[in-house]
Design a protein around this ligand. Sequence first.
Ligand code: AHM
Ligand code: MG
Length: 336
Amino acid sequence: HAADAHRTDLMTITRFVLNEQTKYPESRGDFTILLSHIVLGCKFVCTAVNKAGLAKLLGLAGETNVQASYQKKLDVLSNEVFIKALVSSGRTCILVSEEDEEATFVEPAKRGKYCVVFDPLDGSSNIDCGVSIGTIFGIYMMKDAHEPTLDDVLQPGKNMLAAGYCMYGSSCTLVLSTGKGVNGFTLDPSLGEFILTHPEIKIPKKGKIYSVNEGNAKNWDGPTSKYVESCKFPEDGSSPKSLRYIGSMVADVHRTLLYGGIFLYPADKKSPNGKLRVLYEVFPMSFLMEQAGGQAFTGKERALDLVPTKIHERAPIFLGSYDDVEEIKKLYAAEE
Ligand code: AHM
Ligand code: MG
């Protein structure tokens, strides 16, 4: 349609968040400003990821990160981009990044009331082969104007004010929740704007896909093994589930959110707390899942109830469609 080609009445992410925030009379635009800085970081990283193959940005940066895995140049760059974007927003006071062993306390002159926890570029094993990777973030608010301490970020996930991720895939997609449902925005490269393309995302109540690194099966516990077995050999006569596993949490969770099913990174004998990080991987994704009508469970409790004691703490995670997570909860309950 000719008229569509000239549509200018687009719901950009800034317009969307402004609309949401103006419903609060006390809102002074701080959250919108913070988010616009996060969005800028995502656009920057998106461009860098797209150019990486050409610009020879790929490869080892010559440093090892706190997780002792090799840090790629794009990881380093993305971390710098987000730290700078967040500090310069003037709205943050504590930043926790997967790439930095210590939290960053913003200097008083640039301080604001928000704490941001993030993984600037997740899916490190997929960087060099052009498979989807992403940024994950969660936002807490300081309760009052005290001197910031680590306790301000060591809060249960249910206290998050907002969470989201940006996926650098076949398109650049930003999925966000400010606690009133989940919305998805796609970057229009010609405009440089994220446009609302997936309003009010709801995860299907039950799905047909399971997503897990089955290479770890040898070391799984009973409930996880039983669950995955039941995905392949269902006892109720239903069809087996399909397996999809990318190995990029953002991409695996994004598919789970849109198509339904379950994503799991369970505990195993070698990693009793699983692999994924509570603050900037487990919490933001669990927040989004619940906001979309799904569930997130650690094998012991509702994921968002967990109270972290260290900023880089790990936890097992089972998240996705309500009914599918309910199954795994039953199996863990039966163990007790
Ligand atoms: P990373 O932070 O080193 O990228 O690791 C996190 C990633 C997640 O994106 C993904 O869900 C998981 O690791 C995959 O782990 P595995 O390769 O053990 O299956
Ligand atoms: Mg990560």
